[in-house]
Ligand binder design. Structure first.
Ligand SMILES: Cc1cc2nc3c(=O)[nH]c(=O)nc-3n(C[C@H](O)[C@H](O)[C@H](O)COP(=O)(O)OP(=O)(O)OC[C@H]3O[C@@H](n4cnc5c(N)ncnc54)[C@H](O)[C@@H]3O)c2cc1C
Length: 437
């Protein structure tokens, strides 16, 4: 390709740019916000919330930017494995995993490191501007129309491939319909999740801990009001980042005293930080209304020269920490698609089918879990009651047995497909554990 243009220069856009630099003479990242310094740009206020990078995301990030984890650790991030990463369910600690590494770093720190590495690539450059529509000619996308900086006049930029990485509020669907193309169908599940993040100065407390994560499980009927969900990460700048979550009318607020008292109802590491560390800045809250997924494979026509990546394709309940990892996997799917000899100017059906498999797994996992919340009203998949019953039993077995826990956490970390949990060997082992054999 002569030129690829990526619309959106946040996490997914940067990953796409990194992949495309191997296939195009020039890659242009078009981003409306100034993201050059540590920013909480208006396009993505969720950047202020603590983000977990799952083990699979970690592996993928290292694939595209070798040495990046070491670089982040040198810059103050912490790397945890084994007992330094603690997952609690209903207040009970899961058996530790020795090989699933997790990074303690803020979202802005991870993203800035990725941005610096991407923008240092010789054939990648950034343009500040707002994409306004696609240039579609002869049945394929051949570029983009955009307004540069504060300018209102529109400019055009030709491209052999355009990537939509404009996040969940991407306007691609309306651009397509305005140009006479069908739009993807959009599936939503209302979750009404509330998030709040605060940072604290880190001292010598909990010296052997990098990540602690707590979630309500079967014993508390998955209710945040009965078992406070939250997470703690040792991040760059000798700080702890703490995120609390809740649903519907039990959402955390930006009130610092309320935040502290909620932390004190959480698992031990969060209580310890609440009691011994001083806050470092304000509490920042975020309301995530619904998970959404756009289905491109269900369309009967789609222009060539166009792919979609990141939250623009699916934005799932963030409590499961899947978004960044999904973006890395989709970037790898794009690389596999182009490596297979696919022509960029043809409709990227095979890419969308690959992505469908990845997103489908994440969507199933998160939406099935969300249905445990009484305010989430569906849609219920067929056999939901049985899935829920089996899921509860498996969770219980995973808390008692290291082998089941590994199988379970491989799915949580997106290293394995959820289907692997229904393998006879896993189910048999779980039954034995529960029967005490
Ligand atoms: C509260 C919260 C907590 C989360 N926690 C986690 C977590 O723990 N772990 C995890 O993996 N994920 C988490 N996520 C999900 C994660 O934030 C997203 O999956 C991720 O940001 C997706 O990146 P993206 O690049 O696709 O989209 P975004 O980060 O939304 O970026 C889209 C970019 O496109 C730009 N843009 C939009 N329109 C235009 C235009 N017309 N022209 C040019 N540029 C444009 C925007 O300015 C923005 O920079 C969380 C999300 C939320 C809301």
């Amino acid at each position: 390709m002569r030129r690829a243009v990526v619309l959106g220069g946040s996490f997914a856009g940067l990953l796409a740019a990194r992949v495309l630099r191997d296939f195009a003479d020039e890659v242009v990242v078009l981003e409306r916000d100034d993201l050059s310094e540590e920013s909480t740009g208006r396009g993505a206020p969720h950047r202020r919330q603590l983000h977990a990078l799952l083990a699979m995301g970690h592996v993928q990030l290292e694939r595209w930017f070798p040495g990046i984890v070491t670089e982040m650790v040198a810059g103050g991030a912490r790397l945890g494995r084994g007992a330094a990463v603690r997952f609690y369910v209903d207040g009970r600690l899961r058996p530790p995993l020795d090989d699933a590494e997790m990074l303690g770093a803020s979202r802005t720190f991870i993203e800035q490191t990725v941005r610096t590495r991407t923008m240092a690539l010789l054939n990648v450059r950034s343009v500040t501007g707002r994409a306004q529509s696609l240039l579609i000619r002869s049945g394929r996308v051949q570029g983009v129309r955009f307004a540069a900086g504060e300018d209102t006049a529109l400019q055009e930029m030709d491209a052999d491939l355009v990537v939509d990485a404009m996040g969940r509020s991407s306007r691609l669907s309306s651009w397509l319909t305005a140009a006479g193309w069908p739009a993807p169908s959009t599936h939503r599940m209302r979750v009404d999740l509330g998030y709040a993040t605060a940072t604290f100065r880190r001292g010598s407390e909990l010296a052997d801990l990098v990540i602690a994560h707590s979630a309500p499980g079967p014993a508390s009927n998955y209710q945040p009001s009965l078992c406070e969900p939250g997470a703690l990460a040792a991040v760059e700048g000798d700080r702890w980042a703490v995120v609390l979550a809740g649903y519907d009318n039990y959402r955390p607020s930006e009130d610092p005293d309320a935040f502290l008292s909620r932390m004190r109802r959480c698992v031990h590491p969060l209580r310890e930080v609440a009691d011994h560390c001083s806050p470092d800045g304000d509490v920042s809250a975020f309301h995530f209304r619904d998970s959404l997924r756009r289905s491109f494979t269900s369309m009967d026509r789609f222009p060539g020269g166009l792919v979609v990546l990141g939250d623009a394709i699916a934005s799932v309940n963030p409590i499961y920490g899947q978004g960044l990892t999904l973006a890395t996997l989709e970037a790898s799917a794009l690389a596999a698609h182009l490596q297979s000899g696919a022509m960029p100017h043809e409709p990227a059906w095979k890419y969308f089918r690959r992505v469908d498999a990845i997103v489908g797994a994440a969507w199933k996992l998160s939406t099935t879990a969300d249905l445990a919340q009484p305010h989430v009203t569906g849609p219920y998949p067929r056999g939901y009651a049985l899935t829920r019953w089996a899921g509860d039993r498996l969770t219980e077995a995973s808390l008692r047995c290291a082998e089941i826990n590994r199988a379970y956490m491989d799915v949580v970390h997106m290293k394995k497909h959820p289907r692997t949990l229904t393998r006879p060997r896993v189910l048999l082992r779980a039954a034995r554990v529960l029967l005490g054999k």
